[in-house]
Ligand binder design. Structure first.
Ligand code: NAD
Length: 409
């Protein structure tokens, strides 16, 4: 059994902890979080002893508190906290992105190697029955050799506006550009499935819609004050219909009255007009890639889907394989006229990320406890390479140039 110290018990930290709590291979023994609500949750939900709860980072890192550090703070803290954890001899489970700075990503990979420690990056899509089955089918030669790969990350407009217009990832400067933040998963899936390095890429994208010039006439800054009461983007209209989408602290009372009060607060970004927010990340972006062996791949991302869904289509020398992650059905058609489906829905456990979060938690716990290494497990070197594709895409988008990512980190 391995002990875990959690650094950042917010949304993501809480998801993993909810699975670790029922896994005998791991035990949550310590938590560092600056939020009193998070420490309350650690005490009440996970039974962490008072003496092992920390709000002060310096105090927490004075000594090693567990075998493994789960780092699930926001992006810009990952580098500092991972380097401290590695220097104390922790193995690390690290939320993506590794860091919004490519140089820092590389330094983390180097430090892990030098310390002889594992840094496992939370690429939860790899653990979904959908992508795991696709990976196995490919390795069995179900469609021959891969020729071309098509990945679409259709972000639901509700999710886009909550996270990327009003929410935690609205600013590239504060967190990271969306092509890294959201699509590092897609780029990782493309790289993992193809299994080769990217020779060159180009990317286009922009923030085209969620801008001041698209605000309707006389729209208010705060949606509770706005005359456009049933505008689909109106925060009050939207969150009263979908309170589960509202980002609130542990124990928040989601009654109608309390939600309206919360959205009325001048300092609350979730109550703001989507055309008057201080967001800057792209609401559409494409990446066009050439991999070794002449394999081509495209990634499409946009924030205008009715509901979030990913679609993957892989063309090979003997057939084609395709499906939607959320539907959980993979269709294989081969050029000898055969067609069959793999329905992975029965293998999906846990609701979040199409079963990826639960599988990741179980597989990582098993591996760190000395057990089997599941095929999805992604160490930092691999993740940093797929992150490199995201950094390259952002560079191409901004400069208009083709980028040559190369073989190395
Ligand atoms: N794998 C995925 O699919 C996925 C999905 C969403 C987010 N993420 C990533 O997960 C990470 C966390 O996102 P989240 O939505 O859980 O954020 P969050 O804001 O819900 O959680 C972050 C937690 O860190 C705490 N914190 C802030 N400063 C701290 C500090 N100095 N020391 C310790 N704790 C501190 C906050 O109080 C909060 O509890 C981000 O890097 C994000 O990119 C991954």
């Amino acid at each position: 059994m391995k002990t875990i110290a959690v650094i950042g018990l917010g949304n993501r930290g809480g998801v993993y902890c909810s699975y670790f709590k029922t896994d005998e291979k791991v035990k949550i023994v310590s938590v560092l979080d600056v939020s009193a609500d998070a420490l309350k949750e650690a005490r009440e939900k996970y039974g962490v002893e008072e003496k092992n709860l920390f709000s002060d980072e310096e105090e927490f890192f004075k000594e090693k508190r567990a075998d493994v550090a789960l780092i699930a703070t926001l992006d810009r803290l990952h580098y500092r906290q991972t380097m401290k954890a590695l220097s104390l001899g922790y193995d690390v489970i690290l939320e993506k992105p590794v860091s919004p700075s490519y140089e820092e990503c590389k330094k983390i990979a180097d430090a892990a190697k030098a310390a002889g420690k594992k840094v496992i990056v939370c690429h939860n899509l790899r653990y979904t029955p959908f992508y795991m089955t696709m990976k196995i089918l490919l390795s069995e030669g179900a469609i021959g050799d891969v020729v071309s790969f098509e990945q679409a990350e259709n972000v639901g407009f509700g999710h886009y506006m909550c996270s990327f217009v009003r929410g935690k990832w609205k600013s590239s400067e504060e967190t990271s550009p969306i092509i890294l933040q959201k699509c590092c998963h897609d780029l990782d899936i493309i790289y993992w499935m193809i299994g080769k390095k990217c020779v060159k890429l180009s990317s286009f994208g922009s923030l085209g819609f969620y801008r001041a010039e698209h605000a309707p006439e006389n729209a208010a800054v705060k949606c509770v004050d706005c005359v456009y009461k049933d505008c689909p983007y109106n925060a009050k209209y939207f969150y009263l219909k979908s309170p589960e989408s509202l980002c609130v602290p542990y124990g928040f009372d989601k009654s109608e009255e309390n939600i309206v009060k919360y959205l009325s607060d001048d300092d609350n970004p979730y109550g703001k007009c989507v055309f008057k927010s201080d967001n800057d990340v792209s609401d559409r972006q494409t990446v066009n890639m050439l991999f070794e062996g002449g394999i081509t791949a495209t990634l499409l991302m946009h924030g205008f889907a009715n509901a979030t869904h990913r679609i993957t289509k892989i063309y090979g020398t003997k057939g084609v394989m395709y499906g939607s992650l959320e539907k959980g059905v993979i269709t294989v058609e081969t050029y000898d006229g055969k067609k069959y489906e793999k329905d992975v829905n029965k293998s999906i456990k846990g609701v979040s990320h199409s079963g990826g979060d639960e599988r990741l938690s179980r597989d990582v716990a098993e591996y760190l406890d000395g057990g089997r290494k599941a095929i999805g497990i992604s160490f930092v070197e691999d993740s940093v390479y797929s992150h490199k594709l995201a950094f390259s895409a952002e560079e191409s988008k901004l400069t208009g140039k083709e980028i040559y990512p190369g073989d190395n980190l």
